[in-house]
Design a protein around this ligand. Structure first.
Ligand code: SF4
Length: 342
């Protein structure tokens, strides 16, 4: 198994040429199918294409291995022999710790500790680890087209795009964003089938998870937590660690609020009781992960696999791409105010 640091060694070099086309690659089935078909249809200009994976630093090691496999495959296309998948991981904006232990800078709870990303609002770590890194890159190059791997059956994630006729072709556009899977009418299932037809192996994480995201993501369900407990006990220990840290911060928040005489109810991992129904619909686990671990240890096995992470509909990701493509910063700001997050 290739280790993260070993694999990163070849990726750290800064791209030095002029790039005009940019593929946002996650290692998931949809963006892999999009990338391969774009290559097959010769839509990526040789020497001017940047394929980018934004690393949250909380990825499973199998993801790196898989990206390495795909990189090798890309290099079999004529002209793409030296093409790299660039990893974005320079957190000169802020680290996870800075954000987690940092204080809210606006909204009604300004000054309170931030803790884990909230379940019902866009995730600050999506923005810091993915969006801002992509922003930085976009500023460096005269990017004409950004390819996003959203399947046609994920309508809400490309709702702001329009269909435009360019010459004989119809394109689904949103600023400089392109949604090739929508143009090709490819559903998530068809992406899997396409990869099978092209003899591209699936990301092994899909054997156990329905979606891919940070392993400590609070927006995951019981069955993905079960899988992590079963297969990656050291990562489950990290999940427990972050929940405990989060609770400490929430106690500190409560203490400060009492001192400031505007007490709000303490909520341990989840932030507001009246959101419970919404959490249930999101299928996020909002209980104590240590207690859950004890249940697992005494034989409890959740029945259904549930989604995990960004790609399960976190609006942060959707808005991230909208921001990237056509400056919907204002809408993002508006929602930030609405949801009282930063
Ligand atoms: S996987 Fe979860 S914690 Fe990670 S960036 Fe996405 S929403 Fe945030």
């Amino acid at each position: 198994m290739i280790q993260r640091d070993e694999f990163h060694a070849g990726w750290k070099e800064e791209p030095t040429e002029e790039y005009t086309h940019f593929v946002s690659y996650s290692g998931g089935k949809d963006s892999t199918a999009m990338l391969i078909r774009l290559l097959e249809e010769k839509r990526l200009p040789i020497g001017k294409t940047l394929i980018v994976f934004a690393d949250t630093q909380y990825e499973f090691k199998e993801l790196y291995e898989y990206i390495h496999t795909i990189e090798k495959h890309i290099q079999t296309y004529p002209g793409f022999e030296t093409q790299k998948i660039i990893i974005l991981e320079e957190y000169d904006i802020a680290t996870w710790d800075q954000w987690f232990y940092g204080r809210l800078t606006r909204g009604k709870k300004k000054g309170m500790y931030r803790g884990m990303p909230k379940l019902t609002t866009p995730c600050y770590w999506t923005r810091e680890a993915k969006v801002k890194q992509l922003f930085k890159l976009r500023e460096q190059y005269p990017i004409e087209e950004v390819f996003i791997g959203i399947a046609v059956d994920e309508e809400t994630r490309y709702a702001s795009a329009t269909i435009v006729k360019e010459g004989e072709e119809f394109k689904v556009k949103d600023g400089n964003l392109r949604y090739p899977l929508v143009e090709w009418n490819m559903t998530e299932k068809q992406c899997v089938t396409y990869l099978q037809q092209m003899r591209i192996p699936s990301n092994p994480l899909y054997l156990n998870y329905r979606r891919i995201g940070c392993y400590h993501c609070p927006k995951q369900g019981v069955s993905s937590l079960f899988t992590t407990w079963k297969l990656y006990p050291e990562k489950y220990a990290e999940i427990v660690h972050w929940q405990k840290e989060h609770r400490k911060l929430m106690y500190l928040n409560m203490f400060e609020e009492v001192i400031l005489c505007h007490y709000i109810p303490l909520t341990p991992y989840v932030h507001n009781d009246h959101f419970k129904e919404h959490f249930a619909s999101l299928r996020c686990y909002n209980g104590d992960v240590e207690e859950l671990q004890q249940k697992f240890e005494t034989g409890y096995i959740p029945r259904n696999k549930t989604a995990v992470g960004c790609w399960s509909g976190c609006i942060g990701v959707k808005q991230a791409y909208q921001e990237l493509g056509c400056g919907l910063q204002m809408e993002y700001e508006r929602q930030s105010e609405l949801f009282d997050f930063d």
